[in-house]
Design a protein around this ligand. Structure first.
Ligand code: SF4
Ligand code: F3S
Length: 106
């Protein structure tokens, strides 16, 4: 599966959801996740993310590995999203900031 990692937090550009052929993105207050059981590994979403937050599971950076489980867990509880919406108001400011996991709202 593909995995949404930390740099999505507080950015949530949502360009990714528009290209997913199986609508397997799920939305929280300031982050999106991919349901790994539904993702068909088409790779279309990866280049669409302006924050470069999406990785193939086997290419997730070492310090982002906890996001693999986080995507699976949160996809069970958050609602589906399949249409692009406005990015978060301070998306540009937060893009690339380290340590955003502490701001994840569930
Ligand atoms: Fe959807 Fe394809 Fe991205 Fe998986 S890799 S989340 S199927 S766009
Ligand atoms: Fe997040 Fe990138 Fe999608 S910032 S909402 S994974 S386009």
């Amino acid at each position: 599966a593909f995995i949404v990692t930390e740099n999505c937090i507080r950015c949530k550009y949502t360009d990714c959801v528009e290209v997913c052929p199986v609508d397997c993105f799920y939305e929280g207050p300031n982050f999106l996740v991919i349901n790994p059981d539904e993702c068909i590994d088409c790779a279309l979403c990866e280049p669409e993310c302006p924050a470069e937050a999406i990785f193939s599971e086997d290419e997730v950076p070492e310090n982002q590995k906890e996001f693999i489980e986080l995507n699976a867990d949160l996809a069970e509880v958050w609602p589906n999203i399949s249409e692009k919406k406005d990015a978060m108001p301070e998306a540009e400011k937060w893009d690339g900031v380290d340590g955003k996991l502490e701001y994840l709202e569930q």
